[in-house]
Write a protein that binds this ligand. Structure first.
Ligand code: ASP
Length: 313
């Protein structure tokens, strides 16, 4: 039997201690703890990393602090269009959805794509039809409404900018945050899994889709190498094929998880201006949580070890 491990993120960006209140910090810490607990409960019982990833992400999607599920950011037309993906490292199976609305847990819908369709990636109205067919849980617009996100949206509209995620009180100072959520896990059977879920960017237009639902860019899992979930400026993560690049550096160049993460997050992404970070785990349960931004909401837990929770650099 292997030992299990899980890691999660709640987005990266300009997260500064100086702009954080003790109440906000406590709320984020609790949310990260809750998500780790949700995943660990599965792993502890000998459950699969795939189930653990889904449950940890559901916990984050249900929390309005994060830009996924409840609390997803507003599009240019005042809607919520969410993206999610999940992947199993054991058999390289995966599922993804993009541009779905009113779905309580997009991560579960991406799982349904994998398990109940012959496809990998469904988008827009077709994905919504599929959601109805598999009886996904729908919520009305009120459920997704969060005042703070609405105010950001109004500011973004006024300045005609597209904001990479929620910016809280410091929009004017240019604070940037990427509130996407994600999880990676290794179970006692030795299987890796990864998942990511997001509302994308505030004021996004034209059906814009980021890296989060793209297997290989924002999410990837392969038992031979690693499990990865990304957060950051999606356009750069797509162009850099970030998650698969880390896997490739391990598979073809023999780099360790840490070495591969350093090359991609701290060098390749930085060179093209790609701000953000990721959570990564290899088949031994080693965990890396690299980011090139000011902070990243993150937590990890290995079997028989204390939980780690981090927010700032
Ligand atoms: N990567 C996400 C996107 O570009 C944003 C985020 O990480 O918050 O849609």
């Amino acid at each position: 039997m292997n030992t299990y491990a899980i890691a999660i993120h709640g987005g990266a960006g300009t997260i500064l201690k100086s702009t954080m209140t003790p109440e906000k910090e406590a709320a984020y810490t609790q949310a990260l703890q809750d998500a780790i607990n949700a995943g660990e409960t599965v792993l502890k019982k000998g459950g699969t990393s795939f189930d653990a990833v889904e449950l940890a992400i559901i916990s984050l999607e249900n929390n309005p602090l994060f830009n996924a599920g409840k609390g997803a950011v507003f599009t240019n037309t005042g809607k919520h269009e969410m993206d999610a993906s999940i992947m199993s490292g054991k058999d390289l199976r995966g599922g993804a959805v993009a541009g779905v609305s009113n779905i309580k847990n997009p991560i579960s819908l991406s799982r349904a794509v994998m398990e109940q369709s012959e496809h990998v990636f469904l988008a827009g109205s077709g994905a919504m039809d599929f959601a109805k067919k598999v009886n996904a849980r729908f919520e009305n617009d009120d459920y997704f409404f969060v005042q703070m996100r609405y105010e950001q949206f109004q500011m973004a509209l006024k300045s005609d900018t597209m904001i990479l995620d929620h910016t809280e009180d410091n929009f004017e100072t240019g604070e940037k945050k990427f509130g996407t959520v994600g999880a990676v896990a290794l179970d006692v059977h030795g299987d890796l899994a990864a998942g990511t879920s997001t509302g994308g960017m505030t004021n996004k237009k034209y059906g814009r889709v980021g890296d989060s639902p793209m297997l290989g860019a924002g999410t990837y899992a392969n038992n031979n190498t690693c499990a990865i979930s990304c957060t950051g400026h999606g356009e750069f993560f797509i162009r850099s094929v970030v998650a698969y690049d880390i896997s490739c550096l391990m598979e073809y160049k023999g780099l360790s998880l840490k070495e591969a993460c350093d090359v991609v997050v701290m060098d390749k992404l930085v060179k093209i201006g790609g701000e953000g970070g990721l959570i990564a785990m290899d088949k031994q349960g080693n965990i890396e949580l690299p980011f090139n931004s000011e902070g990243m909401y993150r937590a990890s837990k290995k079997q028989n070890e204390e939980i780690f929770i981090g927010i700032y650099k």
